[in-house]
Every structure is written in structure tokens, then in C-alpha cells.
Design a binder for this molecule. Sequence first.
Ligand code: DON
Length: 316
Amino acid sequence: MPFDTDLDELLAGVVERARPIASKGAVADYIPSLQSVDPDEFGMVMVEMDGTEHAAGAADVPFSIQSIGKVFALVLAVRESGADDEDGGDEASFWDRVGREPSGDPFNSLVQLEHEQGIPRNPMINAGALVVDDVLLDHCEKPAEMMLDLLSELAGEPVDVDQTVLGQEGDHGNRNLAMAHLMASFGNMHNDIDEVLDLYTRQCSIAMTARQLARAVRFLANRGEDPATGRRIVSPTVARRVGAIMLTCGPYDAAGEFAFSIGLPCKSGVAGGIVATVTDELGICVWSPPLDRSGNSIAGRAALADLSERLGLSLF
Ligand code: DON
């Protein structure tokens, strides 16, 4: 064990200290499935590179991964478009269509897109994720299935879309549709917009547990190779780049605060999940539904800060 401490005991303490903080946040209320979730649910899991799992609380309760799916979509789009080829592939065209800078704006903001000619700041905000999904549709026959296959493989068990969440997300797509149309007006959308939106809402609606997500991000901590199977998912370069984008852009306009208090690549979703990676050490997921104003799990963030402080995990 790389850590000179009892990780199960430490995790249990982290969760108990963070639990009360959930009452300061509010669950997402834009669809009934998220609005009706028990705000007291709290699960946290760490998986070491050798497969040892440390879990506390509701580690095995599924929730929709929402924007955490953006990480896996990015990994697949970079790989499938050839943007990670050693000779560069069509790297230039991929990164010409979506940037790598933090936005400083909310995840669903339209403002910057107009100013910046339909090129989203990064792949972690909604507009960027829509471009990523457009790239996936350009390069893959069945991208939705490909994403489920990848997540199932990484989680070590089958995962699927929550059809109830999918139906409700579908009725709530106006803002994302507006972004896609705006990008199309700048020539930065190649496929049918309804198809892009369908892929995006499907990836948001995938149901996974904290345990499954902690396993699923481990390949990023392991320089692109899934430690469970030894299969290379992406090159070390791509794993490092995706980690950099998670660190600087994953928690949206709170990315600076996350770097300040946690100091790890993180990605959050509006269902209250946050994943984090510790290179060569851990895949981590925390789930607590109430959110802060930037749309990140308020107690999940506190738990990650506490964990990072106690184990000295920050990159800085
Ligand atoms: O795109 C949407 O509006 C929702 N499915 C929310 C995605 C998400 O998790 C954004 N941020 N936290």
C-alpha cells in the first residue's frame, strides 16, 4: 500500500465530516429525477492501482453521471479522430474546433460562444461537449454504444442509460440546442443537431455508482492503461492532457477553487458526482446530490479537499 495509513478508516472519517455540509447545497431541480433524489445520499470510493477498493456510505447506489461523461467522450473523440496519433493525425483540426482554456462562465453559458466565433473554450462545458460528440459522430458508427462499452469495461460490470432520466433530459434541451445551432451557424457542427443532442443526453443519462466511476477513471491515473485489464485506452500523452483539462476546466467556473483546495484533476456532474485522479495511485469518486452555485456537489467538494489535505494528494 503506497499510503502509510488505514485508508478505510480515513475515508469513513472524511465522509462523516463532509455529510453535514450537504445541507448547505440544493439538489438540481431541472428534471424530476434529480429533484426527487434523497439529498442525504453520500458515497465515496477510492480504488488503488492494484485494485484494492476503499468505500464509505452509498458506494453502490447508481446516479446519472451527467457531465462526468464529458471526460469519457473526450477520450474517445481524441482517440477515434486520430488526434493522439504520434504523427499528429488530424490533431490540429480537433483542437481547432474546441479550446483548452478555462471558461470562467457557467457550464451552459452561451455568451462566450458568440464572442469567440462558435469555438467553445474547452471540452468540459456543454458547448465543448457538443463539439466532442459531433466529432464522435464523424468518426464512429455507433458512438453511444462505444461509450457504454468503454464504461462497462472500465467499471468491470455492465452499465446502461437510465431511460427515465433520458426521457426527462430530452424535454429539457433548449439551451443546449441553442448552443448547437449557434455553433452550426459558425460552421462548427457537422452532423444533424438532433443526433448530436441525442448522443449528448444519452451520455449524461448513463447510470453508474461511485464504485464504478472510481474504477472507470483509474486508467487516467495509470497513464492511459486500464490497470484491471492491462488494456491501453489512450496514450500517456492523451491521459496527461485529459488530466490537465480536468484540472483547469472540469469543475467549470469553480476550477480555480478546486485547484486551490484539492489540487487534482476533477470532473463533476449535476447529479452530485465528482471524479478525481491521483497519478499512479488512485481513482476516486464522491457522490452527494446537493450542489453549490457553480453546479458542483458541495459536500463532495469538501470531502475531496479534506482527503487531499490529509493524504497530501495535491499536485502543488
Ligand atoms: O446539459 C445539461 O444541461 C445537463 N445534462 C447537465 C450536465 C451537467 O452535469 C452539467 N454540470 N454540472
